[in-house]
Ligand binder design. Structure first.
Ligand code: NDP
Length: 491
């Protein structure tokens, strides 16, 4: 049987269909190693063409000059169409990323939610009129940058892309989007839906290429005026350095090693459930995973016993099985990296309390599965406690009191998120203020709200996405003074 043609991508009104021998990206289904799809691979030459098409679209098409309610109508329509295709998109997502079915549905809902929310922001956004201090008006206007680049990782396809494209388009920009080579298919679907919803040609161009050539070409291109990146800290640092040299703004959403704290007065049952979903949701492939657990010494044994018992019962399985609680990791290379970290932890003196291996179930033998794993006996300075593993691996450490846990929690280069469980509201407030993190959860974890800003302290990033901050990230401020003087000014 002839292999199916790779999915093309669109450069303005043209399709890049790829010819025989042209490079493709092959997406592998992490559940069984089969081919989930192939797409035509973009090259740096395509970046040049895409930048000029996007500038043409930005300058020629009336998009940024449309009334906000007209722009909002298209964004609402994109959200509506995403929901109308919820199940097929979730099915594609499941094969591209290996996420369990429910998570895939959530990704599509969240993507639609971003378009709906930024449609509302677009329509209700108010520029600032400053109080006059003389014979003039002055005002601050949010203006688009023009052409911006958005680069996304593989862990939440379509949601990550929507989180950037929706506010950037709402602000009036043209967007060049490079998804991860691991999961290129959903971004192409998003571009199709945007075009069908009436977004003018050239305002969202998806370039499914590799980071080191297409991603780097985008960031370094003189026609790109702003870059928004989500991914690993080292990649973010390299992109930030190029952006710094070019003096363009960079929004950087990077990695984490988030502390999750259980105080002795907490509702321990709820805390254990929260800790488990904090680390094992998305098989730990989540930037905000609560991957460093701190438990107060007086309840350490109790909490660990309950945690280990419940982790043993966690259902690792195929993504389409409704009973599955944790699916595979995204690729063989990533699974091996996670397993390598567990070996490092063992070498550092860590004790694996549960997991620490691939599952024995033969039904899972062809995929990239790894058992949910809990390790203790390490010092907070150990590599397994300091480096982002991005898999279902929890390191547990006991602590004495509030001062001790705040010091240990902050003893990391990262600062993306933190969580705590306690019945003492005054302590919750104190600790929330002391923790160096962009998001802090009290008696909940991984709660997320589209209107609440998201981003990192320290090595976890720069800038904030979501909420009104999300629109500001993709806008530059122009101050306009409007003189009303009857007499000529000046000397
Ligand atoms: P990477 O940093 O490896 O890659 C992210 C994206 O950047 C990919 O599209 C990649 O392309 C591209 N890229 C790689 N090198 C360059 C370069 N030199 N210039 C431009 N682009 C480049 O991250 P992963 O995809 O492995 O994702 C996991 C990471 O993402 C974790 O560290 C995680 O914490 C972080 N993350 C952060 C989130 C946040 O909001 N703070 C949310 C989700 C994930 P390609 O893969 O095609 O080569």
């Amino acid at each position: 049987m002839e292999a199916p043609h790779p999915t093309p991508f669109r450069l303005g009104a043209q399709w890049r269909t790829g010819g025989a021998g042209d490079p493709v990206i092959t997406s592998i289904d992490p559940a069984d190693g089969s081919v989930a799809g192939t797409v035509v691979r973009a090259t740096p030459a395509d970046v040049d063409q895409a930048v000029s098409l996007a500038w043409d679209a930005f300058r020629r098409q009336p998009w940024r000059k449309l009334r906000p309610d007209q722009r909002a109508a298209t964004l609402y329509e994109i959200g509506r169409r995403l929901l109308a295709e919820r199940e097929p998109l979730a099915r594609l997502q499941m094969r591209d990323s290996g996420k369990p079915w429910k998570e895939c549905l959530h990704m599509v809902d969240s993507a639609a939610g971003h378009f709906r929310y930024y449609a509302a922001v677009c329509e209700t956004w108010q520029n600032e009129l400053t109080s006059p201090r003389g014979e003039y008006f002055s005002m601050a206007l949010a203006e688009p940058f023009g052409v911006i680049a958005a680069i996304t990782p593989w862990n939440s396809p379509i949601m990550n892309e929507a989180q950037k494209a929706a506010p950037a388009l709402a602000a009036g920009n043209a967007v060049l989007l490079k998804p991860s080579e691991e999961t290129p298919q959903l971004a192409l679907e998003l571009a199709r839906i945007c075009t069908e919803a009436g977004l003018p040609e050239g305002l969202l161009i998806v370039l499914p290429g590799h980071g080191e050539d297409v991603g780097a070409a985008l960031v370094g291109h003189p026609g790109v005026r702003m870059v928004s990146f989500t991914g690993g800290t080292e990649t973010g640092r390299a992109i930030g350095a190029v952006a710094g040299r070019r003096l363009i703004p960079a929004g950087l959403e990077l990695g984490g090693k988030s502390p999750h704290i259980v105080f002795e007065d907490a509702d321990l049952d709820r805390a254990v459930a929260g800790v488990m979903s904090g680390i094992f949701g998305s098989a730990g492939q989540s930037c905000v995973a609560g991957s460093r657990l701190f438990v107060q010494k007086s309840v350490y044994a109790r909490v660990m016993d309950a945690l280990v018992a419940r982790t043993r019962e966690l259902r690792v399985g195929l993504p389409h099985d409704p009973a599955t609680q944790m699916g595979p990791l995204v690729s063989r290379a990533h699974r091996d990296k996670v397993a390598g970290y567990v070996d490092i932890a063992r070498g550092e003196g860590g004790k694996v309390l549960v997991g620490g291996a691939m599952p024995a179930d033969p039904a899972l033998a062809r995929g990239w599965f790894y058992l949910p794993t809990i390790i203790d006996g390490l010092d907070n300075r150990a590599r397994a406690c300091q480096e982002e593993i991005f898999g279902p691996v929890l390191v547990a450490l006991p602590f004495d009191d509030e001062d001790d846990v705040v010091a240990q929690a902050n003893d990391t280069a990262f600062g993306l998120a933190a969580g705590m469980w306690t019945a003492d509201y005054a302590r919750a407030w104190r600790v929330a203020r002391e923790i160096e993190a962009g998001s802090v959860w009290i008696n909940t974890y991984k709660q997320s709200h589209i209107a609440t800003p998201f981003g990192g302290f320290k090595d976890s990033g720069l800038g904030r996405e979501k909420g009104l901050h999300g629109l500001r990230l993709y806008s530059q401020v122009k101050s306009v003074y409007w003189g009303l003087h009857q007499q000529p000014m000046g000397l």
